[in-house]
Ligand binder design. Structure first.
Ligand code: 4G3
Length: 259
């Protein structure tokens, strides 16, 4: 997938795009990411990209001219690219949206800074606005990186063949089950016996139950949209009783010494 990012802070992306799974995806050519500095398109003599807001008020507004010209240049390179602005008024980024975006051949991501971008630039050169959540950040760069990471996981080959983006939390509408690795005994804390049994069917059943338990405990709101079998609903009924009677018990073990 080709992605062009329009930003006044291209240097913010270097670590994220060179490390770990995204770094490997870039190296393998699965992700082809171009960083375009909006400042390079400013026609002002000091290459400004922002100015004071008409009507007054705090902060600065990004100028339409460098944004529109940077977008025109990007769109000429990626004429089929979906033109996305990262902003707090946008459609919420979810697993479903990330999966949809991963099916595109190209994306153009516009990162705003300051108090926003001149509305005329947004009206003329953006297909859609996407938000990563209900909070304000100093710029759209972190949201763009979050979107790239989230979308990349659905591009075939980005995750190792052993991992599947569909096995993670939220893909089936439930939270993930707890995971354990070596050693079997860590400071007296042991791994659930089922996971050592080698009985694949038993392990699957345990994991499903623990996914349901985690979702019921931490994100019960997700249960109304999850696809649940008859067996799941039975398990949930049992878990509701279990959780209700255990909620007044002492908490689990702590990694800090009890004094
Ligand atoms: C536009 C996106 C851009 C208006 C961007 C602030 C949060 C998100 C910005 C504005 C951002 C988000 C830049 N902050 N929730 N900051 O995805 O008020």
């Amino acid at each position: 997938m080709k992605i062009e990012v329009l930003t006044t802070f291209p240097e913010m992306f270097s670590g994220v795009l060179s490390a770990s799974i995204l770094g490997r995806a870039v190296q393998q050519g699965l992700l082809d990411i171009t960083l375009t500095d909006i400042r390079d398109y400013s026609l002002l003599k000091h290459k400004n990209t922002d100015d004071y807001p008409f009507g007054g008020g705090a902060g600065m507004v990004m100028l339409a001219q460098p944004v529109v010209d940077a977008m025109a240049a990007a769109a000429s390179r990626l004429p089929r690219g979906r033109r996305i602005f990262l902003g707090p008024r946008g459609r919420r980024l979810t697993t479903a949206l990330a999966r949809e975006l991963a099916g595109e051949e190209a994306l153009i991501l516009l990162c705003g800074h300051y108090e926003g971008v001149d509305q005329r630039a947004l009206d003329t050169c953006i297909d859609e606005e996407i938000s990563i959540g209900d909070y304000i950040l100093t710029g759209g760069e972190l949201p763009a990186m979050v979107l790239i990471d989230c979308v990349a996981r659905f591009i075939p080959g980005v995750l190792g063949s052993a991992e599947s983006p569909e096995e993670e939390s939220f893909s089936d509408g439930l939270l993930e089950y707890p995971q354990y690795t070596r050693p079997r005994d860590f400071q007296g804390l042991t791994v659930p016996e089922t996971l050592l049994s080698g009985d694949h069917a038993r392990i699957q059943a345990w994991r499903r139950k623990e996914s349901l338990r985690a979702t019921l405990r931490f994100r019960p709101d997700l249960l109304s949209h999850a696809s649940l079998s008859r067996k799941d609903l039975e398990l949930l009924e049992a878990l509701r009783r279990e959780e209700a009677s255990s909620s007044d018990e002492e908490g689990g073990p702590s990694c800090f010494s009890e004094s």
